[in-house]
Design a protein. Structure first.
Length: 233
């Protein structure tokens, strides 16, 4: 396995972040060659400027943190983020709606309507940026195991590139058990992002072994330093 740094979305989603916080986030991301920085939409343009030419992507959240947005709002957010330079978009699912669809079935009127909305959103986003990477946050802490598996299959059907465990703002974050469940649900080709509560190298490694291909972390620097120390020994 390559350095775990290449799998990390270096994350700052606190409500009270300053320009200095964001500048530091970008410096750290460049220094450690993280996959991306993940920030609020208001910081995308700033990060795009700070990271230009570095190879580190800018990721942002859409419909965050509850997912209870109308289709038009999600679409507007996504397109504006792309215009500001976002290369990756982490959308939040509407937990209430996915529970309803899981109960009624993918091919029910509720299911086909919700799926059509996401197909339209992703379709427009990809006309704005062909290589945009899309992730669907299913907020595992709010779902039963069967609903988690259904949400993952739904995300795959809608054409997302990744499923993601959590916003970090719910009642629970990533667990090894959930990552394994999600990996089984989506198969080998789709990405799985573990996020929420990953604070040590051991945490990160456990998620990767369970099937995660991306990690959302705010303790990213401590994690890669711990990895380096372990490799020295």
């Amino acid at each position: 396995m390559n350095s775990i740094a290449s799998m990390i979305d270096h994350t700052f989603l606190k409500s009270d972040g300053t320009a200095a916080d964001i500048a530091r986030l970008c410096r750290e991301a460049k220094k450690h060659c993280f996959a991306s920085v993940c920030v609020h939409p208001a910081e995308v343009a700033r990060c795009t400027r700070l990271l230009r030419g570095s190879g580190v992507k800018v990721c942002t959240v859409v419909g965050f943190p509850l997912g209870r947005n109308k289709q038009g709002t999600l679409l507007w957010e996504a397109c504006e983020a792309i215009e500001d330079g976002a290369a990756e978009l982490d959308f939040v699912i509407d937990v209430t709606r996915i529970k309803e669809v899981a109960k009624r079935g993918m091919k029910s009127p509720a299911g086909t309507k919700y799926l059509a909305e996401w197909l339209a959103i992703l379709g427009v986003a990809r006309t704005r940026r062909k290589d945009v990477v899309t992730k669907l946050i299913i907020e595992c802490c709010c779902l039963t195991d069967s609903e988690k598996a259904f949400a993952c299959r739904f995300a795959k059907e809608a054409g997302f590139d990744f499923v993601k465990t959590s916003t970090g703002f719910g009642t629970g974050g990533a667990t090894v058990r959930d990552v394994r469940l999600m990996r089984r649900a989506v198969g080998r080709k789709m990405g799985v992002k573990a996020a929420g509560g990953i604070r040590t190298y051991a945490d990160a490694l456990a998620m990767v072994k369970a099937g995660a291909t991306r990690l959302g972390c705010s303790a990213s620097v401590a994690i890669v330093r711990e990895e380096a120390q372990k490799q020295e020994h």
